[in-house]
Design a protein around this ligand. Structure first.
Ligand code: MOS
Length: 728
């Protein structure tokens, strides 16, 4: 068992609960006496509330109370520190004052005896505004007040003079629209108070972080707050940090002394729970006469809100993917009347690699080099931004293997030259890349007298398979089959675990779980060698542990018998592990190859094939890992072809704010996906050799599509999404 459970493909251990409807999601927790909240949201994007008319709403059936800026309790702001564990993206508290910064901002909260009564009353709240002119998009923001310089800059060499003296140059600008996460499960809180203690069920990617933020906002010691998020219908980053609805629900519950459920309506998932911001990115690249990069500059601007400054780090990959002595990146922001942006799957890298990997294609063509050969000729061998070796980097093999499987050698480089009946076939490729991160983590494991193991950690399973891989780690150390391992996650009463984000949950959680399991085994051994134990008098160091049995000189005893012989319920272990060191640059690598088919007669564009090779270290679960990469590729297809939150340029309101009009790929849009997982363990990073897999597949995909579209049509689309209108 322990030889092969890591890297095997067991099904999700929580799968049956989820598909049978037995898994409770946040809004399903309805304690006795729960009241229901419904928000009233601003219909203007900028200005002030001048008058709230509540009489009609108050008379509406079932209404318990209505909260707004004049009667909402005074709270504290969270310092919004990731390092201190109280990060929020939108620091302004709901109902803090009468000012409006974006359309869809909470202006009131109605609480009633049922959801329907709350909603009906909310529609009866009349709000009058004094409206000022909204800044509705990036261009308007830059025109109105310019930009503010951002963080995480990097530069080396002298990119300007290298550019001026180079053999070939390009200077191109790419734009990407706002994208909205749109997880199936909407944001939801159910808050209740007992004796001054807050318990909140939340659809959260980070219960520990939410507890930290709530403790600051409500001025409570952390022991008085419990956040639970046992199951979550995904988040894609929108649920990493707490948003205003959770504060509103918690405060309202305290005021009315009843539990309060508050679900964010789908339309407000486009306004008050974050989005990927709009970007404009200028890429300046230059090569020498041999097609080697000699200068690379990547300067990006993204939109942020008037309340908070969010930086989309589009240049984060640019600084280390290619060898280049003269390089700079910069990030600037401009303020617009939209809600605060936030991380969305592969933040920075997803829009950043659309621009970089499109520009690499353009540069290769300008230099007269095949885009595949150009990349192989220019990939960095070490991280030149950190001046460190990569812990493990197989991008060359990933690129070659995917190219071979795809059939890149059959590509005729001439745009529009590959025809198949009425269709023109285009081949494009791009690199993909994501950082590997790891943080401190605690976990607890009990080996119980009933033959089971019980694991707790306050991380979350956001649908990605965390429950399952945690069980795999325990199985790997103990030899117990998965069905005898119970995993509990998503509750701040468990030992502190990481956010489910940044592709770091696996690398962070598994070493702590394994260490806690070994500590439980050590406790078991100490019981076994104690005076009443079955191996009494034996040196504990001479005991082995295999297949749930203690072993000594060929004698094997089930651990259950060790415990029951001493009337013990369990042997327990805890562990606390630390984050990554700075000895190497830890990153994941890969390449996408995309085939598009363009039928100019009927203006039909589709992606017909994707082949991707991904180097993420050791794969823990072959099935859930493949699911992650395939899902990320589909999200990349959405980014390439469909996704854009459209704002009315007159008033800054999102227009396509529902599942019907915010277009994402459906099954008919999805081609055959061929994913190669390279599976080279990275033991520099952790004992499992795993780096994390959630985000990398989204990076580079949109560029591979754009490059294939250029190859098919001869049209270079530099602004996402690639609607077919842009090809006509
Ligand atoms: Mo991801 S954007 O870190 O959920």
């Amino acid at each position: 068992m322990s030889d092969n459970i890591i890297g095997a493909a067991p099904k999700r251990i929580d799968g049956r609960l989820k598909v049978s409807g037995a898994a409770p999601y946040a809004a399903d927790h309805l304690p006795e006496g729960t009241a229901f909240g419904y928000g009233v949201f601003s219909t203007i994007a900028s200005g002030e509330i001048t008058r709230l008319s509540l009489d009609e709403a108050r008379r509406s059936p079932g209404v318990i109370d209505i909260f707004h800026h004049d009667n909402f309790p005074d709270l504290h702001r969270s310092p919004a520190s990731f390092a201190e564990g109280n990060m929020v993206e939108e620091t302004r508290l709901p109902f803090e004052d009468n000012r409006i910064y974006y359309a869809g901002q909470f202006v009131a909260l109605v609480v009633a005896d049922t959801f329907e009564n709350a909603r009906a009353a909310a529609y009866k709240v009349k709000v009058e505004y004094s409206e000022s002119e909204a800044i509705a998009n990036l261009d308007q923001g830059v025109a109105a007040h310019g930009t503010e310089a951002g963080s995480s800059e990097h530069s080396r060499g002298d990119p300007a003079s290298a550019f001026d003296g180079a053999a070939q140059r390009i200077d191109v600008t790419y734009t990407t629209p706002v994208e909205t996460h749109n997880p199936m499960e909407m944001h939801a809180s159910v808050a209740q108070w007992h004796d001054g203690q807050l318990i909140i069920y939340e659809s959260s990617q980070g219960v520990v972080m939410q507890k930290g933020a709530l403790s600051k906002i409500f001025g409570l010691t952390p022991d008085r707050i419990r956040v639970e998020s046992p199951f979550i219908g995904s988040g894609f980053g929108s649920k990493l940090w707490m948003w205003p609805h959770a504060v509103a629900a918690s405060a309202a519950s305290r005021e009315i002394a009843r539990p309060v459920q508050l679900v964010v309506p789908r339309a407000q998932m486009f306004t008050t729970t974050g989005h990927r911001p709009e970007t404009r990115q200028r890429l300046r690249l230059a090569t020498d006469g041999n097609g080697r990069l000699v200068s690379l500059r990547h300067d990006s601007i993204n939109t942020t809100s008037f309340t908070d400054r969010y930086v989309e780090t589009c240049g984060s990959v640019t600084k280390s993917l290619y060898h280049c002595d003269n390089l700079s990146i910069s990030h600037a922001t401009t303020r617009v009347n939209r809600g605060t942006p936030t991380s969305m799957r592969a933040p920075g890298a997803a829009p950043g690699l659309f621009a970089l990997e499109s520009a690499i294609d353009e540069m290769a063509l300008k230099a007269g080099v095949d885009p595949l050969a150009f990349r192989l000729n220019n990939y960095a061998e070490r991280d030149e931004s950190l001046d460190l070796d990569f812990s493990s980097n197989h991008i060359v093999e990933a690129t070659r293997r995917a190219a071979e499987r795809f059939g890149w050698q059959d590509r005729n480089p001439e745009p529009g030259s590959m025809r198949d009946g009425n269709e023109i076939v285009g081949y494009g490729m791009a690199a993909c890349n994501w950082e590997a991160l790891k943080f401190g983590c605690e976990a607890r494991v009990s080996l119980r007298a009933d033959g089971s193991a019980y694991v707790t950690c306050a991380t979350q399973d956001i649908g990605t398979g965390t429950y399952t891989i945690v069980a795999q780690a325990v199985s790997d150390v103990t030899g117990l089959p998965l069905e005898r391992i119970t995993v509990r996650l998503g509750d701040t009463s468990y030992p502190e675990g990481p956010l489910s984000g940044g592709s770091w949950a696996t690398a962070t959680t598994l070493p702590a779980v394994a260490e806690a399991t070994r500590n439980a085994i050590d406790q078991l051994k100490s019981y076994a060698v104690s005076s009443r134990g079955r191996f009494s008098g034996v040196d504990a160091g001479e005991l082995g542990f295999e297949n749930a049995q203690l072993v000594h000189n060929g004698e094997r005893i089930d651990y259950v018998d060790i415990l029951s012989a001493q009337r013990l319920a369990s042997a327990d272990g805890r562990a606390k592990t630390s984050g990554a060191d700075n000895e190497y640059s830890y990153r994941s690598f890969g390449a996408h190859f995309v085939e598009v088919r363009w039928d100019p007669g009927i203006s039909r564009l589709r992606v017909s094939r994707v082949v991707s090779a991904i180097d993420v270290g050791q794969v823990i679960n072959e099935m859930t890992a493949r699911n992650q990469v395939e899902g990320a590729i589909v999200m990349g297809l959405g980014m390439a072809h469909f996704e854009a939150t459209e704002y009315d340029h007159r008033d800054g309101r999102p227009v396509n704010n529902d599942y019907a009009e915010y277009v994402v790929p459906v099954h008919a849009d999805q081609p055959e996906l061929d994913v190669i997982l390279l599976d080279y363990p990275d033991y520099q990073f952790n004992e499992f050799g795993a780096r994390g897999i959630g985000e990398i597949g989204t990076t580079g995909l949109a560029a591979a599509v754009a490059n294939a579209v250029y190859h098919a049509t001869g049209k270079r689309v530099r602004d996402l999404p690639i609607h077919k209108e842009k090809l006509m």
